[in-house]
Structures are given as C-alpha cells and as structure tokens.
Design a protein around this ligand. Structure first.
Ligand code: UD1
Length: 421
C-alpha cells in the first residue's frame, strides 16, 4: 500500500492545473446507458473511481475506451448484454447506484446491488428508489439487490425531495429523460455537477429545464442520441489546491478554476485573510504575512460551503488565530480526520456534528492514516505546513479522487513524494 511522505515548511508558488470533476464524470458516464449512440467525454480525470465506473459499465456490456491517456472517454452502449450491477463492483464505490435510473429507463429492468455502508455514515439510497418509484418503477429489495422493473417503460411523474441529494437527483434526472410525459423534480440538487449532467443530456437530445434551480422539469423523449461533452472543472480539487498556499504561505494560480464553482468557500478563505483573485487563466490564491484568522463554517448543499471541503478547511483552521467552529450538516460521522490532525498537534473537540478547533502556532509532522478521500488530502495539506516529516498511509483513498497529487504540489515547491510499498 503506497504512502506519501511530506517534509513540511516550504512555501508554495506556481501553477496547478485543475482536472475535470470526478463527481461530474461519475454521473456522465452512466448516461451512455440511455443511448445506443456514442458518448464522448473530454476533460475526464484520471482516477481510480473512474476506472471503477469503467469496469461497472463494461460488466453491463458497454464499451468504454480511454483515449489520450484517459483524458477522453469514448463510451457506447450499443449492445448491452447484462442488467445486473454486481456487488463486487458496487461495494467499491457508492456512485455505482447511478446506473440504476438509466438502465431502467432504456431497458425496463435493472438489478443493482445496494452499495452498503460507507466510512462517512450510513448513506442510504432510499431517495434514489423513491424518486424512481414516482416515475412508475416497481422496486423490490432482495438478497442485497434492488430489482427494478418498468415493463411498459417509465412514465413522467412528480417527486419532491424531502432534502437535497446529489446522487438521487442525478439518477431520477437521467431516468426522466426517457420517461413518457413530463416529470417535475422538486428540491433538486443544484450542484455544478447536476448542471453539467443536464447540459450533456440536452446535447444528447433530452428536454430539460431548470438546472441550477431547485426545480427540474423534464419532457420525456423517445430516444437520445450520442454526443460529445467536456467535463466541468473539479470544484473540490480546486478548493483543495486553493488551500495549499493558504496553509503554507505563498501564491498559487489554479488553472481552469472558476470562482462561481467555489463561491461560498472562496468567501470563507477571504474572511480568514487569504486573497483570492480571478485571473485570465483561472484563480490566484495568495497568503500574505501573518496567521490566518479563525472562521466558522457550516456545510450545506450547493451553493453553500461544500461538505467535500470541510476536512481540508479544518486543516487550515488548525493553525488559525482563534477558535473556529465547523458544523457538518450533510453527513454524520465526517470528522474522522480530526483525531489524525490531533496526532499532528491540532486542538480539536468534536461533539456530534460540530467540531471546535482552537488554532495552534504550528503543527508537527507525525505518521497518520487516511480514512477517506477528503480526509486523506486534509492530512497532506496539514503536513505541508507542519514542522518536520509526515507519512500519510493508506493513500489509496487519495487516488480515488486526486490525480498526481505529489506532482501537482511538487511543481509548486512542496517537498512531497510517494513511497510505493
Ligand atoms: C455526492 C458526492 C459526494 C458529496 C455529496 C454531498 C458523488 C459521486 N459524490 O454524494 O462527494 O459529499 O454528494 O455533496 O457525486 N441520503 C439519504 N438517502 C438517499 C441519498 C442520500 O438519506 O437516498 C443522505 C446522505 O446520507 C447524506 C445526504 O443525503 O446525508 C446527502 O447525500 P447525497 O447528496 O445523496 O450524496 P451523494 O450523492 O452520495
């Protein structure tokens, strides 16, 4: 199992290119199941989660070819051979549930394993299932699998989410594109990944209105065509690397970054004393002299502060001047990075969904362990600012969502290397 070794203390300066969004790509890839035409995704990130989705789609009989070293994905579901998404693949990645809506919409039936537990809380899929039922699907849970049928095809329906779910919105949106009649999805997620999916589906011939608002209206069509679509930049990778110069000092330009993707997060960074400026090529983050100031953070659905940047923001606030309160409103049990940061000298009290961070002057290097994707990168950020050496183990979590992290940070002056086991 690989680990990452960081010698802390170096200021960062330079440029970091931002890849296509993992979470957008994981929703766009299953859209291939909706059409027998070719779907080409450009600006795809090169990540193990994308390879897992590739394997899942291939197991259904789709052709998925990685071109240009994985930057471009060519997908075709001309000849699907199988409607069963097996537990062995689904358990590796929760986003696998996104094949359910498209399979059902195009083929009238699907059998998809339930994803099971997850390190950051229970994370059920009940909303995915209820939303599909509203489109006329019949669902049965048997032996750990969802057996879904819609023999005469799905029909347009209305579903109001009791609370916002990104994945369930994506699933029902894809399903609704081929349903007979009009579907209205209320309290829909407004994340940039949803907007990206809606844009791609529209290119494929879908009739969708309202993406980016809380209400999506979808007029079902008989069939969708192939299309070519560029994946939106990854706002979580962007926010993560914006934190790198914020935590170490220095100035880094994030190429391809756009402020509207991370507005609430950028506002918080500025509140803590970091400069964020729009440039022609992206966003530039500069930390001038002095400590950052403590700020309070509450995670919310988009356009609020993203839960996927909470762990990384906590790493910054560990060395801030004063006490910061972080409230996690999206997931239960998403502070697993806190005890690891405390091994590096951070002062953090966690009570339920609230973490109180009392800033210290300096963190110290220590051996730490990655517990999930975003937690692992928060430890790397903390290590960049810490005195001495940190070894982050279990970095397979990191490889699910960040491509070439050591190269990207190394190019800006970080002393970071991968140790292959
Ligand atoms: C997506 C992102 C993930 C991000 C999350 C919230 C992908 C692949 N992953 O995950 O990185 O952290 O959005 O921004 O895009 N819930 C239910 N029932 C359901 C579905 C969700 O109770 O059927 C709950 C979840 O447990 C969670 C909340 O709803 O507490 C929001 O989850 P959701 O938005 O669905 O997250 P994902 O789509 O899984």
């Amino acid at each position: 199992m690989d680990s990452i070794l960081v010698h802390g203390g170096a200021e960062l300066s330079g440029q970091i290119p931002i890849a296509g969004a993992k979470n957008a790509c994981l929703a766009l890839m299953p859209a291939t199941l909706l059409t027998d035409g070719p779907l080409t995704l450009t600006n795809a990130p090169r990540l193990s989660d994308i390879r897992t989705m590739t394997a899942l789609l291939q197991s259904l009989g789709a052709e998925v070819t990685a071109l240009q070293g994985g930057r471009v994905l060519a997908l075709s579901s001309h000849d699907l051979t199988n409607h069963l998404a097996d537990y062995d693949i689904v358990r590796k990645m929760r986003a696998s549930i996104l094949v359910l809506g498209p399979l059902l919409a195009r083929h009238g039936h699907a059998v998809v394993s339930l994803p099971g537990g997850c390190a950051i809380g229970a994370r059920p899929v009940d909303l995915h299932l209820r939303a599909l039922e509203a489109l006329g699907a019949t669902l049965e849970l048997r032996d750990g699998y969802v057996h879904a049928t819609a023999p005469g095809g799905l029909t347009g329906g209305r579903f109001a989410f009791p609370f916002v779910s990104v994945g369930a919105t994506e699933n029902v949106l894809m399903a609704a594109t081929l349903a007979r009649g009009t579907s209205v999805i209320e309290n829909a997620a407004r994340e940039p990944e949803i907007m990206d999916l809606a844009r791609c589906l529209r290119r494929m011939g879908a009739r969708i209105e309202g993406e980016g608002t809380g209400t999506l209206t979808v007029e079902g069509v008989d069939r969708l065509e192939g299309a070519t679509h560029a994946v939106v930049p990854d706002r979580i990778e962007l926010g993560t690397y914006m934190l790198a110069p914020a935590i170490t000092g220095g100035a880094v330009e994030l190429l391809g970054g756009r402020r509207e993707l991370v507005a609430a997060f950028a506002d918080k960074l500025e509140e803590s004393g970091i400069d964020v400026a729009e440039t022609e090529a992206g966003l530039k983050v500069v930390r001038r002299n002095g400590r950052v100031k403590a700020v309070d953070v509450t995670t919310e659905p988009f356009p609020g502060f993203p839960t996927d940047l909470q762990a990384q923001m906590m790493a910054l606030l560990c060395t801030a001047d004063g006490v910061s309160v972080l409230e996690e409103k999206i997931f239960e049990n998403r502070f697993m990075h806190a005890p690891e940061l405390m091994r590096m000298g951070a002062r953090i009290d966690v009570h339920g969904g609230t973490a109180r961070v009392t800033g210290v002057e300096r963190l110290n290097g220590a051996p730490v362990m990655a517990t999930d994707l975003r937690a692992s990168v928060s430890l790397i950020l903390a290590a960049l600012a810490a005195e001495g050496e940190t070894v982050v183990s279990r970095v397979y979590h990191l490889d699910r969502g960040y491509e070439r992290v050591e190269e990207k940070l190394g190019a800006c002056g970080a002393r970071i290397e991968r140790i292959s086991a």
